[in-house]
Design a protein around this ligand. Structure first.
Ligand code: UDP
Ligand code: MG
Length: 310
């Protein structure tokens, strides 16, 4: 019999855990697969751990948990959970706050049955506050334009992945984890389920602005070398402007005999030199980018299927 594992990071969600459990029990009645629900307690300061433990006692067939030694953050907690999953045929990662509605999961599982390896839940609307909504829109636009792989828009960490995707993912050992980007990077056959994202039921968001900013930076820096190339653009602009000014002054001085003081010549020459410095920084950046690429040891390619190699 096939098995589906749910991986749920938990940070101060004591009121949501029982609700989520109920919903998943109810949901899985319509599927014949076995299932487990793995909670990763990410250093919660409330009673979440005890709530999880009591659920695990009552239903030890389905509930597993990992308790991290402190708060390591959502992506780390999710990684801990994914690494711990054993012999599941599909893994569904979702939040604990019921903002990822279990009703959507039924759709996701059905798409998996149809043969998709990755099923993303995509938000049609967001109920988040003004700031979060617009920074998210702007950020995804930016990421879309500049990242080296196409990272799907409006998807979070609510998704289903097949066991082969999970296996490939475990080969990506980089330390700055931007899981939605990493999974996009892997490729595979994927599809979407659209849903309206409701508001949080209990508790408050565990994503402080600081954590959001860190996640955003991880996304940009791990999936784009564009920031390194800013030096190139600045260098070209600076050299071009400097050269234009220098030629103008040459013509003025030689043809029209305008007397330019030494400092003006120096300023313009300096402009051009600074341009070269920017270019040099860009070249250094390219090397640093390559060093970064080598050190994180991403696999060179991922094989989906093969035949007759035995
Ligand atoms: N979370 C976590 N560690 C953290 C922050 C959040 O494990 O440091 C969990 C949280 O319990 C929830 C999920 O990650 O299950 C998403 O967090 P949250 O709902 O706070 O984020 P938002 O939906 O506001 O983006
Ligand atoms: Mg949430």
């Amino acid at each position: 019999m096939k098995k589906i594992s749910f991986v749920v990071p938990v940070y101060n969600e004591m009121h949501n855990i029982p609700l989520l459990y109920e919903k998943i029990v109810h949901l899985m009645q319509q599927f014949e697969e076995n299932w487990t629900l793995l909670f990763v307690n990410d250093g919660s300061c409330d009673d979440s751990l005890n709530v999880i433990k009591s659920h695990a006692n009552n239903d030890n067939k389905h509930i597993q948990y990992i308790n991290l030694s402190r708060n390591f953050g959502h992506q780390a907690a999710l990684t801990a959970g994914l690494n711990a999953v054993k012999d599941a045929d599909a893994v569904i990662s979702m939040d604990c706050d019921l903002q990822d509605p279990p009703e959507v999961i039924a759709e996701m599982i059905k798409k998996w049955h149809l043969g998709y390896d990755i099923v993303y839940a995509r938000r049609k609307t967001r109920q988040d506050n003004f700031f979060k909504k617009y920074t998210a829109i702007f950020y995804y636009k930016l990421l879309d334009r500049f990242s080296d792989v196409k990272i799907p828009r409006n998807v979070g960490d609510f998704r289903l992945i097949d066991k082969k995707v999970l296996k490939s993912l475990s080969g990506m050992e980089e330390k700055s984890r931007y899981l939605r980007g990493m999974i996009a990077w892997l490729g595979y056959k994927h599809t979407f389920v659209d849903f309206d994202r409701p508001e949080r039921i209990h508790g408050e968001t565990g994503y402080s602005y600081q954590k959001m900013f860190k996640l955003a930076m991880d996304g940009v820096l791990s999936f784009s070398f564009l920031p390194l190339r800013i030096g190139l653009a600045l260098g070209i602009i600076s050299i071009a402007l400097g050269s234009l000014m220098l030629s103008y002054m040459f013509v003025d001085a030689l043809v029209y005999d305008v007397p330019y003081p030494l400092f003006k010549w120096l300023v313009v020459v300096l402009f051009i030199f600074v341009g070269f410095l920017f270019m040099l920084m860009w070249i250094l950046g390219e090397y640093i980018g390559r060093i970064y690429d080598e050190t994180r040891k991403r696999p060179l390619y991922i094989i989906d299927d093969d035949n007759n190699f035995k």
